[in-house]
Design a protein around this ligand. Structure first.
Ligand code: FAD
Ligand code: SF4
Length: 447
């Protein structure tokens, strides 16, 4: 802890986003960076608490006080080594993690101004790549082969950990690129895809074999491997089975997001195939992060206007007494995409899609609902009010989450990790799940 009083004198400073007028017409990352001096000052705010809750709150068990101290002292290599000891891919979490650690930082709990842990993490890993601290290592091989199915953050973390332990790792991926939802879900304006390619190049140089465009039937796993790690994610999105669902112009969120990421990678689609918000009134159904990504993408594609509706009530701003620490604070989240312009509404249930004579969607009938607290303290009960209205829309995007996949009964040498094991989650939890599966596989394969 370099400066024991910094937290008293230095306020939290976020790098913030590029101005809306600057970012709205491109897909470049929206988040900016601080200069080195400011970044070190932010790191110095860490109080090195006796019992650091951030360790516990981070699913990876990252050690922020240790890397903040190294960062403050300008020991960038040491900071990266501390960070990388618990986190295979800080360049992903440093960009897209909701920073569970910061919600537990003592400076959050006392001053509502936590240390900028996530941003500091991103700064450390970017310096590490820039300065050449991230180099392929030579690994002693143990002669045992392991297959990883799926190349999202869980599969990549499992592959990385197993490879470092000496196993010969092959990653099978059904898509044409590596990365899972990092590649085809999360938009470029949150995570530039060159960041994934940079890490894959290191992993390949360290000996991992990646086989893209290679779907694997998990009930008939490829032969030649002593263990398997199934990291196939949550392939099925929750749909909205209400009248009019068959109309043109209604899409699952990933149909748009994945296609846009492919377009940015140079692929082309016919006019009929293209899912675009250009010149359209967009309605996003679902108030979560995927919905937010649909909003940002719609703006960049040239939407006329964007509305987002959510069936649940609007959460409170800032602090929610119903979810006190150490629970995850359920509070209103305003993303960079919301800042770019969007009408947000809550307590609306979708009743039916309305179409034009030629079969295109032109609106959605919604009904206001109320949420009555359950007498047993469980999930509140939805009560329809009978108050309906039609929200006009030429493009409707369904962003209502993903169904938890059911896995078959696997033999003892098959392990499951990431969203495939837990249901839809977070990048940080999937990296943690991949690491845990690698440790379990290693233990299983010990003679
Ligand atoms: C739009 C969107 C935005 C998100 N934004 C964030 C965010 O900002 N922050 C955050 O923390 N989390 C975010 N998430 C959640 C996060 O991306 C996921 O929790 C995480 O990527 C899941 O990782 P995974 O490795 O389990 O699976 P996935 O990333 O889904 O990867 C699974 C991989 O397995 C492959 N696969 C599937 N079946 C087979 C098969 N049979 N054979 C071979 N390959 C197969 C798939 O093609 C895919 O590449 C977001 C999710 C979405 C949808
Ligand atoms: S991975 Fe996420 S929760 Fe963990 S230290 Fe980094 S920002 Fe915090």
């Amino acid at each position: 802890m370099g400066n024991p009083k910094a937290f008293l004198t230095i306020p939290r400073q976020e790098a913030g986003y590029r101005p809306v007028h600057d970012r709205i017409n491109d897909y470049g990352e929206v988040e900016q960076t601080l200069n080195t001096g400011e970044r070190k000052q932010q790191a110095s705010r860490c109080m090195d608490c006796g019992v650091p809750f951030c360790h516990w709150a981070c699913p990876l068990g990252n050690r922020p006080p240790e890397f903040q101290d190294a960062l403050y002292k300008g020991k960038w290599k040491e900071a990266y080594e501390i960070l990388n000891a618990t986190n295979d891919f800080p360049e992903f979490t440093g960009r897209v993690c909701p920073a569970l650690c910061e919600k537990s930082c003592v400076l959050k709990l006392t001053l509502d101004a936590p240390v900028t842990i996530r941003e500091d993490e991103a700064a450390i890993v970017e310096a590490a790549f820039r300065e050449g601290f991230v180099q392929p290592r030579t690994i002693r091989r143990n002669g045992i082969s392991v297959a990883v199915i799926g190349s999202g953050p869980a599969g990549l973390a499992a592959a990385n950990q197993l490879n470092l332990k000496g196993y010969a790792v092959t990653v099978f991926e059904k898509d044409e690129y590596i990365g899972g939802l990092l590649r085809f879900g999360i938009p470029n304006f949150k995570l530039n895809k060159a960041i994934i390619d940079r890490r894959i190049a290191v992993m390949e140089a360290e000996g991992i074999a990646f086989k893209t465009s290679t779907p694997v039937d998990v009930e008939h796993l490829p032969e030649g491997f002593e263990a398997y790690c199934v990291c196939t994610g949550t392939p099925q999105a929750r749909d909205l089975d209400i009248p009019g669902r068959g109309l043109k112009g209604i899409h699952l969120a990933l149909e748009m997001l994945a296609q846009q990421n492919r377009v940015l990678a140079g692929q082309t689609f016919s006019k009929d195939e293209r899912v675009t918000a250009k010149g359209k009134r967009v309605l996003v159904i679902g108030g979560g992060d995927t919905g937010s990504d649909c909003i940002g993408t719609s703006h960049r594609q040239g939407a006329v206007d964007v509305t987002q509706i959510e069936i649940m009530p609007k959460p409170p701003v800032g602090h929610n007494p119903a979810t006190p620490w150490p629970q995850w604070p359920v509070v209103l989240k305003t993303s960079s995409s919301h800042e770019e312009g969007c009408v947000r509404r809550w307590c609306l249930n979708s009743k039916r899609f309305i179409g034009t004579e030629d079969g295109r969607v032109c609106g959605v009938e919604v009904e206001e609902v109320e949420w009555i607290p359950a007498p047993d303290g469980g999930r509140p009960v939805m009560k329809p009010t009978g108050r309906t209205e039609v929200i006009p829309a030429d493009l409707v995007l369904l962003a209502m989450g993903f169904l938890r996949p059911k896995q078959p009964e696997f033999p003892a040498n098959v392990f499951v990790a990431g969203d495939a094991a837990t249901g839809a989650s977070l990048v940080v939890r999937c990296i943690a799940g991949g690491r845990k599966a690698a440790a379990d596989i290693d233990q299983y394969l010990q003679p």
